[in-house]
Design a protein around this ligand. Structure first.
Ligand code: ADP
Ligand code: ADP
Length: 237
């Protein structure tokens, strides 16, 4: 469960990112955040794992305040939250499996993982994660040899290898063609349904949101202006 309690974000230059946002996202939901560019979607998503620090309020993840978490507690909470970006954020010159294994780094002492030494179980976990998004056969290929859709599946596999309970996806299909978009969104839906991983996905395409979300949250100028099941969002727009 993710709970926003009167969360505001004011950027250093005075821009409003979020304004007194109160919202609760339950485990297993597939929430899509919609809104125009600049509405605050990315700010909302990135404040959940503290990629952005909020200015006031509190964010509770599975009963604990991530806003106030420090040190090992914060690292532990962050491990449970996977992140997927529009631009994939893979290490291009590394193999696919190394990219997926990077989801395991937080689980081990740093020196071993800095040297790229992962236990056998981690390699198996990474291969299983790749199998779940149907690109196991690409494991030993360099990440930058893959198509955009394949690279995005690698980043999904990285979140799975991390054993994330929540996946945050910031415009995950914005740079993909329509067919690939569908495949990646289908993967996210399957993972949500099969593994019960909570999905919070930013999209600017309302039609896509309607097809995949169980709940749509609309943002405008940092405020929630719509929050409801998919049927109602259809009437709203
Ligand atoms: P924070 O308050 O979250 O630390 P900062 O204001 O320090 O954010 O900016 C973080 C980064 O975002 C900087 O590199 C900055 O150049 C960049 N940035 C500044 N303005 C914008 C904007 N309007 N949209 C997106 N990124 C921006
Ligand atoms: P969206 O994801 O919906 O496009 P954002 O969350 O990126 O919206 O941005 C919300 C508002 O905050 C916008 O006005 C944007 O320009 C501003 N903003 C985003 N990041 C920064 C930053 N680092 N510094 C200053 N302003 C920012």
């Amino acid at each position: 469960m993710i709970e926003f309690r009167r969360v505001s974000k004011l950027y250093a230059n005075g821009t409003v990112g979020l304004q007194e946002v109160d919202v609760t996202i339950h485990s297993g939901e597939f929430v899509v955040i919609v809104g125009l560019s600049g509405a605050g979607k990315s700010t909302l998503l990135r404040s959940i794992n503290r990629l952005h620090e909020i200015t006031s309020g509190d964010i509770i993840v599975d009963g604990k305040s991530i806003t106030h978490a420090r040190g090992e507690e914060l690292r532990h909470m962050r491990r449970s939250i996977g992140m997927i970006f529009q631009s994939f954020n893979l290490v291009k010159r590394s193999s696919v499996i190394r990219n997926v294994l990077s989801g395991r780094v937080g689980y081990h002492s740093t020196i071993r993982t800095l040297l790229g030494l992962f236990p056998k179980e981690d390699v198996q976990l990474a291969l299983n994660a790749l199998a779940r998004v149907n690109i196991q056969e690409k494991a030993y290929i360099r990440a930058d040899q893959l198509s955009g859709g394949q690279q995005q599946r690698v980043s999904i596999a990285r979140a799975l290898a991390q054993e994330a309970k929540i996946i945050l996806a910031d415009e995950p299909v914005a740079s993909l063609d329509p067919l690939t978009t569908r495949q990646v969104m289908d993967d996210l839906r399957r993972i949500n349904q099969e593994l019960g991983i909570t999905m919070v996905v930013n999209l600017h395409d309302i039609d896509l949101a309607r097809q995949y979300a169980t709940r749509i949250i609309g943002l405008r100028a940092g405020e929630i202006v719509f929050d409801g099941p998919v049927g109602e969002a259809t009437e709203e727009r």
